[in-house]
Each structure stands twice: as C-alpha cells, then as structure tokens.
Design a protein around this ligand. Sequence first.
Ligand SMILES: [Zn+2]
Ligand SMILES: [Zn+2]
Length: 192
Amino acid sequence: MTDLARTARIDVLVEGYARMPHVAGTVSLVRDADRVVVVDPGMVADRELILGPLRALGVAPEDVTDVVVSHHHLDHTVNIALFPVVPVHDFRSVIEGDRLTLRPADGFALSPGIRLLATPGHTPQDVTTLVGTPEDVVALTHLWWTAEGPADDPFAPDRALLQQQRERVLGLATLVVPGHGAPFRPGVGTPR
Ligand SMILES: [Zn+2]
Ligand SMILES: [Zn+2]
C-alpha cells in the first residue's frame, strides 16, 4: 500500500462500546481531498452524539460526500440516513439513491489517502477502511471490537480467515480504530 497518500485527516466522532444491552458502534469522519466520509454511522444512544461532534468540526450533514459501512450489522449502519443521499460503500457495491453499482471493495480508492480493503473475518462481508494521515496509516475495521480483541470473535464463521485478515491489516496499519473501542497501536499483545 505504498501508493496510499498521507494526506487524510481522521476524527473519531463516537468511540464505540459493547456493554450489553448497551451497544454503540465507533463512528468516524475521514476527510481527504474533496471527500468527506463518514464510516459506520451506526448505533448510538442519541443521534446528537454523532451530529454534535460533526458540527464541532465545522461539518454539516450536507457536507458529507460518502458513507462506508464496515459490514452489515445494524450497530454500524442504522444511522446512514442522517446524511443526504450520497454514495454508500460496502464490500461488493456502491449504492446511491436507487442506483446499484457492483464492484469489489478490495483496493477501491475513495481518494488518494483513503483505500478500502475486503477483510472477511468478523463477517464474510467485512471492509477495512485504510486511511493515510501524515502521522499514521490508520485501519478502521471490525476485525477487532476493542484493543483486547476478542481473541476469538464469537461471530466469525472462519477463525483462520479472521486471523489471516488481522495479520494482513497489522502489516499495513500503525493505528487501529476498532468497532467498539478506543483507537489503539498494535503490539505484541494484539490478538491475531
Ligand atoms: Zn458486527
Ligand atoms: Zn459491531
């Protein structure tokens, strides 16, 4: 991924958690070139928890140009319609209004500094958003829920595939923004 531009900025709008029955997905804003991308507008206690931080960054919902979903669980998708009709990217397609364009996610460039990777693991439909910032290559991904893993994702249908994709992402990223926790720097203790 040496061609990933290091020009993007990432802001985590909501740091997710999973404390049953309370769940929130990590919601992030990525800006690069002409793109204003919301990743995983999912479950939150109140929609203002997404809109407030966005407003504080000077971004209105109408400014958003794209939405990316890491996979198709509701805790990462339920608030897509907070934003105008913009391209929504998943593992196999881009939808906009009633237009469906099929394309594989792997290697898809939203901008010079934003790349999608197909990383099946938590579900077969997982997408990792790889973001080049001046400081880091950041992976927004549900391959980990938090820095602690879980080591064995109870949802993962294929443990070997999860491990393979985790290794792949760790080979690229210096910072991970997981589905339900704070960003972390991968280390020896990071579950593979
Ligand atoms: Zn999920
Ligand atoms: Zn989740």
